[in-house]
Design a protein around this ligand. Structure first.
Ligand code: GLU
Length: 374
C-alpha cells in the first residue's frame, strides 16, 4: 500500500505529541510549538479530518514550574508535577487553538478506565460526542490517580489504545526524531531512516534503545510497541519529526516523511483489541492439547471439558490467559465463570455443568468472541 492509498482512506486520526516536541527539547512548554501545531491541525480539520490528540508534557511542564531539572523519582512527586503541569498544558492548547477558532476538551484516562467495559464505552461515547461537536479532544494519562498497576506508563502505548477506542484510521506519533533508523542516529552518521516497515519484529524491538531524554518516558521501544498494537487493530502508524515546520500538512499530503508502519491484513475488532492489550489478566487457565488445537486451528470456544486447572483467583467476566501443558501462554479471553466455579466443572461435558453447579452462565468457559489468540 502506498502512502496515497492509505491517506485517501483516512478520516479520523489520533495524533500523539511527545514532551520533547512540546518543549522544543527545552525545559518548559514552547508557545511557538503549540501555535504551529494548532495551525497545522486546524488546517487538517478544515479539510474534513477529525483529530484526537494524545499529549504528553504535563510532567515536563510541572517540572519547569517547580524548577526541577531532573524527572522526579517518586510516584507522588511525578503525580504532583503532572497535576501542576496538566493545567499549563491545557492552557497552552486552549490559547493556541482559540487563535484558529477551534475548541478543545481535556480527557484524562487510566488503564482501569479502559479495562472496565462500561467505562471503556463511556470514554468512547464521550470522545465520539466531542468529535461530533467538532471539538478536538486532548487526552493524557490521568497521572494523579495512577499507581504502577493501573498505569499505561507511556503515551505511545496509550495513543495506540485510543486509536482502537475511537476507531481511528491512522495513528501519527510526533517525536523529536525523523522516524525509525537502522542504527542509532545519535551515535552513527551512517544510520539510515527506514521509510516503510511492514511488520515490527522482535529483533527491531530488541535493537531499539530506550530513551536518553531526561523528560520523556518512551523511547523507540514504546513507539514500536504502539505501531504493533495499531497494526493488529488494522491501523497504520506514521512516526515523524514533530520539530519540523509543516510536518502535519506533509503527512496529510501523503509525502514520504518519517516512517510508515503498515497494518496487518487480519485486523482484530476493537473488542478483541481491548481484550488483548488493555486488560490485565487476573489468572490463568491450563488447558489440554485438544482444547488448544481447537482454539488455535479451528477458532473454537473453550469448553469445560478442555480445562485441566486454574491459577489465581478470578471472577466471572475477568480477563484470563490460557496456557498449554508446557505452561506456554497462547490466548487471552474473558472468562464466563469464576475460578472456583471452573474448578468444580473442569473436565465435564457442557451438559453436566448445570447439574454440578445448579446453574449455568453458558456452555463455554470462554466464548470465541471473547477470545484472542496471542
Ligand atoms: N503523562 C505524561 C505527561 O504528560 C507523559 C507520558 C509520556 O511521556 O509518555 O507528562
Amino acid at each position: 500500500m502506498t502512502r496515497k492509498t492509505i491517506m485517501n482512506k483516512v478520516h479520523r486520526i489520533v495524533l500523539k505529541v511527545g514532551s520533547q516536541v512540546l518543549t522544543a527539547k527545552g525545559k518548559s512548554l514552547s508557545q511557538a510549538v503549540f501555535d504551529r501545531l494548532a495551525r497545522e491541525i486546524s488546517a487538517a480539520k478544515k479539510k474534513g479530518y477529525e483529530v484526537v490528540i494524545v499529549s504528553s508534557g504535563a510532567i515536563a511542564a510541572g517540572m519547569s514550574r517547580l524548577g526541577f531539572l531532573e524527572k522526579p523519582k517518586t510516584i507522588p512527586q511525578k503525580q504532583a508535577a503532572a497535576a501542576i503541569g496538566q493545567s499549563a498544558l491545557m492552557w497552552n492548547y486552549e490559547r493556541a487553538f482559540t487563535g484558529y477558532g477551534e475548541k478543545v476538551a481535556q480527557v484524562l484516562l487510566t488503564r482501569d478506565d479502559l479495562s472496565n467495559r462500561r467505562r471503556y464505552l463511556n470514554a468512547r461515547n464521550t470522545l465520539l460526542t466531542l468529535l461530533g461537536l467538532g471539538v478536538i479532544p486532548i487526552i493524557n494519562e490521568n497521572d494523579t490517580v495512577v499507581v504502577e498497576e493501573i498505569k499505561f506508563g507511556d503515551n505511545d502505548n496509550l495513543s495506540a489504545l485510543v486509536t482502537s477506542l475511537v476507531n481511528a484510521d491512522l495513528l501519527i506519533i510526533l517525536s523529536d526524531i525523523d522516524g525509525l533508523y537502522d542504527g542509532d542516529p545519535r551515535l552513527s552518521k551512517d544510520a539510515k531512516l527506514i521509510p516503510l516497515v511492514r511488520q515490527v519484529t522482535a529483533e527491531m524491538e530488541k535493537k531499539a534503545s530506550g530513551t536518553l531524554s531526561p523528560i520523556s518516558i518512551g523511547g523507540m521501544v514504546t513507539k514500536l510497541q504502539a505501531a504493533r498494537k495499531a497494526a493488529l487493530f488494522g491501523v497504520p502508524m506514521i512516526l515523524a519529526n514533530g520539530m519540523v515546520e509543516g510536518i502535519i500538512g506533509r503527512i496529510f499530503q501523503a509525502e514520504d516523511v518519517g516512517t510508515l508502519f503498515t497494518s496487518e491484513v487480519n485486523k482484530l475488532n476493537s473488542r478483541k483489541h481491548w481484550i488483548a492489550f488493555t486488560l490485565e489478566p487476573q489468572g490463568r487457565i491450563i488447558v489440554d492439547n485438544g482444547a488448544k488445537k481447537a482454539i488455535l486451528q479451528k477458532g473454537k470456544s473453550l469448553l469445560p471439558s478442555g480445562v485441566l486447572a486454574t491459577e489465581g483467583e478470578f471472577s466471572l467476566g475477568d480477563p484470563v490467559v490460557l496456557v498449554d501443558l508446557q505452561k506456554e501462554e497462547f490466548a487471552k479471553g474473558l472468562s464466563n465463570y469464576g475460578s472456583a466455579e471452573i474448578n468444580k466443572i473442569k473436565g465435564l461435558k457442557t451438559t453436566e455443568v448445570e447439574n454440578k453447579l445448579g446453574y449455568k452462565y453458558g456452555d463455554e468457559i470462554i466464548h470465541r468472541d471473547d477470545l484472542v489468540v496471542l
